[in-house]
Write a protein that binds this ligand. Structure first.
Ligand code: NAP
Ligand code: GCO
Length: 266
């Protein structure tokens, strides 16, 4: 093994929904490791916000407006990226949404919307990119899964169904395209402090911590929320040649939540 196996020099990486948060942190780490970065977001305002974030971080980047649930738009964006950059060596399916609604109050249309962004879109984007990876003779796909790929909890039925499905889509892409030297793996972040989880960390009117915030810290052996930077090393590993025989794996980056039975009563 050589340290250059961890390098992403000369690689082109597309991270979806990467204007901020986990996607931005992963794209930034890829840039540090030598990759050229492209990202997309759902509208021009989001892309502009992303471009400003990358500029501030000194990272050259190209941003595209593309709704990942729109197959036509995804195909067109994929073609544009390949035309401009020559290939897509690394794809991170990061764009996602969550709706926290008790199942009996959730409309079928709301359930479908979550499945559309969190599960159908990784299928659509991977389907667009894989032929180019086959042509190039290699490719890395990283699907951003979740604790909810393994666990359920109140109010997140659609999200858990989608992220559980994404885990299996990951394994299936690995199974179907592994012979073309394509590795498809997942990252399952634990509870990460981003805008997506901000409502779960909101201070109470009396200034005390949100009960869910305290619950998560007590469930996490690391005794803290993760931050987006905690995902950078694992993502670079899965994007690099150092992981060329790792396929269909979900790497949980969760401070130990899944390993832990919980604090015993005192
Ligand atoms: P996030 O708010 O979920 O970020 C997702 C990004 O995707 C946003 O930039 C969002 O844009 C974009 N997006 C949403 N729908 C899209 C669409 N149809 N087309 C294109 N882009 C779209 O924040 P995050 O916490 O960084 O989450 C990133 C990923 O990690 C998600 O897949 C999430 O489920 C997953 N995850 C998060 C955690 C956590 O604790 N934070 C844990 C496990 C997994 P807008 O903001 O403009 O809507
Ligand atoms: C929730 C959270 C989670 C996290 C994450 C956990 O409401 O329980 O939003 O679903 O965001 O996906 O890994």
């Amino acid at each position: 093994m050589e340290m250059k196996d961890f390098s992403l020099e000369g690689k082109v990486a597309w991270v979806t929904g990467a204007s901020y948060g986990i996607g931005f942190a992963i794209a930034s780490a890829f840039a540090t490791a030598g990759a050229k970065i492209v990202f997309n977001d759902i509208n021009q305002a989001a892309v502009d916000r992303g471009l400003a974030n990358y500029k501030e971080a000194g990272i050259p980047v190209k941003g595209y407006v593309c709704d990942v649930t729109n197959e036509e738009a995804v195909n067109a964006t994929t073609e544009e990226i390949v035309k401009e950059f020559g290939s897509i060596d690394i794809l991170v399916n990061n764009a996602g949404i969550i709706k926290r609604i008790p199942m009996l109050e959730m409309k079928a249309s709301e359930f479908r919307q979550v499945i559309d962004v969190d599960l159908n879109a990784p299928f659509i984007v991977s389907k667009a990119v894989i032929p180019y990876m086959i042509k190039k003779g290699h490719g890395k796909i990283i699907n951003i899964c979740s604790m909810m790929s393994e666990l359920g909890r109140e109010t997140v039925s659609a999200y858990a169904a989608a992220k559980g499905g994404l885990k299996m889509l990951t394994r299936n892409i690995a199974s179907e395209y592994g012979e073309y030297n394509i590795q498809c793996n997942g990252i399952g972040p634990g509870y990460i402090a981003t805008p997506q989880t901000a409502p779960l960390r909101e201070k109470q009117p009396d200034g005390s911590r949100h009960p869910f915030d305290q619950f998560i810290v007590s469930k996490t052996p690391a005794a803290r929320w993760g931050n987006a930077e905690d995902l950078q090393g694992p993502a670079v590993f899965l994007a690099s040649d150092a992981s060329n025989f790792v396929n269909g794996h979900i790497l949980y980056v969760d401070g130990g939540i899944l390993a832990y039975i919980g604090k015993q009563p005192q």
